[in-house]
Design a protein around this ligand. Structure first.
Ligand SMILES: O=C(O)CCC(=O)C(=O)O
Length: 273
């Protein structure tokens, strides 16, 4: 029988609900757009040191796209933004990183949880290529910043050069991508994650929204749109629809999470980061 957890369910335009749910049911609820986010109490705060301080993770380094964020290893977002002569070397580096680190990452508590409760495997390309499985994230305060990560959305097939982005075939099959992240350490101001009921349909549309934000510090299309703000406590697993625009509120002290994306593909969950 699958493990059930205490759950907070957040849907646009509705009051927050409480319940008990398995991780597999929470993921299906988000995949099928019945809620924007579900928070599950999966770990005791005293266990979090073991989840975070695991030598399987490489060190946390600066995120290439967001000044207020750091992450362990390489991530898909900055790889998707590469163009021209930078794209192929960037992809080689991304896949090589996964090839070198996934055996160790598979032993982390986070990946073990996803394998056990979701039957999740890695996203694969070809016979041997795998995408990295999981990362640690660290959000730093930035003076005058509005968000530690600005409004964006995540989709596995959203390469900036669509004709050369290798992960598309069969991935735009109508199921929404999901983020799973464990809250490890809160910022003192309790910075959370804002999710708007607004989906960027294509990569160029997403790039337009993000460049409007960097020029003007606002996005007109998000104003007045229903939103939810989730504030995961340490030990809660945040399960959310990443196709909806979302942002990490500005942290006043370091905030730590660890997580991964999942997509439903070929009849099973597949993880990547
Ligand atoms: O680690 C987090 O706080 C969430 C970052 C995020 O934007 C995502 O997982 O989609």
């Amino acid at each position: 029988m699958s493990t059930t957890y205490q759950a907070e369910i957040h849907a646009f335009g509705q009051p927050q609900r409480q319940g008990r749910m398995s991780l597999a049911d929470a993921a299906l609820m988000i995949r099928d757009r019945q809620a924007a986010a579900v928070l599950l109490d999966v770990a005791e705060p005293a266990e979090l040191d073991g989840w975070w301080n695991d030598a399987s993770f490489p060190e946390v380094t600066q995120h290439q796209s967001f000044p207020g964020a750091g992450k362990s290893g390489l991530a898909i977002g900055p790889t998707q933004r590469l163009v021209k002569e930078q794209l192929v070397p960037g992809l080689i580096d991304y896949f090589s990183y996964a090839a070198r680190c996934n055996a160790a990452l598979r032993r982390t508590r986070f990946v073990q949880l996803c394998e056990r409760e979701l039957g999740a495997g890695p996203v694969r390309v070809g016979q041997w290529g795998e995408l990295p499985l999981v990362s640690k994230r660290e959000y730093q305060p930035i003076a005058g910043g509005l968000y530690s990560v600005p409004p964006h959305c995540d989709a596995i097939h959203f390469g900036r050069e669509p004709e050369r982005w290798p992960i598309q075939e069969g991935y735009d099959e109508g199921f929404d991508q999901i983020s799973l992240f464990l809250s490890v350490r809160d910022a003192e101001n309790g910075a959370g994650l804002v999710i708007w009921d607004y989906r960027a349909p294509t990569r160029p549309a997403l790039d337009d929204l993000m460049s409007e934000f960097s020029r003007t510090r606002r996005i007109g299309a998000l104003e007045g749109v229903p939103k939810v703000v989730i504030k995961g406590r340490p030990g809660q697993l945040n399960v959310l629809n990443t196709r909806a625009m979302h942002a990490v509120e500005q942290c006043t002290t370091v905030r730590q999470t660890l997580g991964s994306f999942i997509v439903w593909h070929d009849g099973q969950w597949r993880m990547f980061h």
